[in-house]
Write a protein that binds this ligand. Structure first.
Ligand code: HEM
Length: 476
């Protein structure tokens, strides 16, 4: 007979011991997970700043400087707290791509109920794949070639107007006029034969919507839960919907040859949108995606060119060498062959990533990012400002506007392609935007030079890019 026997069966445990063991095990496991969570989080460099407000004010004040300061202090990946959310900033090329890759649960950008409801531009999963197919089907080379005369006409009319105002001795406010080109173009792609009155009405609506959406995005960052319930957002959606219907009651009657009409009929067929309200939102989502982005880029181009008249002269030389005149019908392929002009656009993106480009994605599971284990619940942002800050330090004359750097092969893209996002959601309208930007540069260069009014103030990025004290110019 053994001296003692050890019965390891569960039945042998005294039932009263379970009452102690189970809570202890649960407490142990929770402590372990909690500890692991905080341990992982504490290893991410950065600071959450003050209680509640975190580092929000610093971020809003100047997002670019915000990234620059922390990039130098903490390295390329850092944590912070903005509007009560823990946020991870990823500034390297690969880090930004990782952030863009995170598939949002409920929409393109870290999206809240109201934005998701309003902007039908953020479908997920299978619906997103359908949406992309839809877009690609209509936005092909043939379509772009067919619309390029319309683009060129609109841009020429706008530049002629700038020239007329300048000839009368007055100045043009860049912040105001840069919107005219992208707005006219998207309206012409959406509504056939739009009357000047209707156009003016829609211009006003879009300006309001754009400001409204920016405030929704900003206040939504306060807290996702808060944002979901916030009534003003719902009110904003309702106002916008009502306005869309007074302006565009004839959505269903859009002509078949029209880009937006084709997009809508495809979306209806594939159940991506239903009924006229969501159709209207679909149209608005498309307008919105094409509006602030392109006008901000145009603003930065005007700014860079007014400070660098020699660059505008080189664009002119290239255009003349290609046989263009101010009255030419520029085609898509003519324009994409202009190497120097393309380099000017790249250099603009390198020097200053767009101010409107802070998009937040929500991390739905713990993930390794930038070399750190990041707990779920963090917001991520592809801080492409980081690329531009880094390239300014690492390249020769990195602070100067020098498009030539992209021509001799010495400099690769330096992350400038990230301005368009990264798969799976890389910008659907990139070719349209590039057509607009190239045509504007060429026509501007063939018309004259840009003369700014006095010395220009500091350039700022929030809420959209602007110059302290305003940016007035003439075309001479
Ligand atoms: C300089 C101008 C532009 C820039 C820098 C830009 C940038 C971007 C970026 C970064 C995204 C990805 C958003 C994300 O990751 O959630 C995006 C998406 C999108 N953009 Fe643009 N964009 C521009 C102009 C345009 C224009 C002119 C149009 C339409 C005519 C357009 C249509 C879209 C659409 C439809 C999407 C959603 C794509 C998807 O979810 O798959 N964009 N854009």
């Amino acid at each position: 007979m053994p001296l003692f026997s050890l019965d390891l069966s569960l039945a042998s445990i005294d039932p009263s011991a379970w009452r102690v063991a189970v809570p202890l095990a649960i407490a142990g496991a929770s402590t372990y997970f909690l500890f692991a969570h905080y341990y992982a989080e504490s290893h991410i460099p950065g600071s959450y700043g003050f209680p509640v407000v975190g580092e929000t004010l610093d971020f809003i004040w100047n997002p670019r400087q915000f990234v620059e300061k922390r990039l130098k202090r903490y390295g390329p990946t850092f944590k912070t707290s903005i509007f009560g959310n823990k946020v991870l900033f990823l500034t390297t090329d690969e880090g930004c791509r990782q952030a863009f890759r995170v598939e949002p649960k409920s929409g393109g950008v870290h999206s809240f109920e109201t934005i998701k409801q309003f902007l039908q531009i953020g479908p997920t999963g299978k619906t997103h794949t359908e949406f992309r197919k839809n877009f690609a089907q209509f936005l092909n080379k043939g379509y772009l070639a067919s619309v390029s005369p319309m683009f060129v006409r609109i841009i020429r009319e706008e530049i002629d107007e700038w020239h007329r105002v300048s000839a009368a001795g007055r100045y043009i406010r860049a912040e105001d006029v840069v919107k005219n080109i992208p707005l006219s173009i998207i309206l012409n792609m959406s509504i056939k034969d739009v009357s000047p009155e209707k156009k003016a009405e829609i211009f006003d609506l879009l300006a309001d919507v754009s400001a409204g959406i920016r405030s929704v995005v900003a206040s939504s960052l306060l807290s996702p839960t808060f944002a979901k319930g916030i009534r003003s957002h719902r009110r904003l959606c309702k106002i916008i919907e009502a306005e869309i219907h007074t302006i565009m009651p004839d959505l269903d009657a859009l002509k078949d040859s029209n880009f937006m009409a084709q997009l809508i009929s495809f979306a209806l067929q594939h159940n991506l949108v239903s009924g006229s309200v969501s159709q209207a939102r679909y149209v608005m989502g498309f307008w919105f995606a094409a509006f602030d982005t392109t006008s901000t880029t145009l603003f930065q181009l005007l700014y860079n060119l007014s400070l660098n008249p020699d660059v505008l002269a080189k664009i002119r030389e290239e255009a003349l060498a290609a046989g263009f005149s101010y009255q030419s019908d520029l085609t898509t392929s003519d324009l994409s062959n202009l190497k120097y002009t393309n380099a000017v656009i790249k250099e603009t993106f390198r020097l200053r990533a767009l101010g409107v480009m802070h998009m937040f994605r929500e991390l739905h599971e713990p993930t390794e990012l930038g070399g750190y284990q990041v707990p779920k619940g963090f917001l991520l942002t592809a801080a492409i400002h980081g690329n531009s800050v880094t390239s300014q330090e690492s390249l020769e004359d990195g602070h100067r506007f020098k498009p030539e750097r992209f021509l001799d092969g010495s400099v690769q893209a330096t992350g400038t392609d990230l301005i368009w996002g990264a798969p799976p959601r890389v910008c659907g309208g990139m070719d349209i935007a590039m057509l607009e930007l190239r045509a504007t540069l060429v026509l501007l260069a063939l018309k004259g030079t840009i003369k700014p009014k006095g010395a220009l103030g500091e350039i700022y990025d929030f809420p959209v890019t602007h110059i302290k004290g305003g940016f007035d110019f003439q075309i001479v």
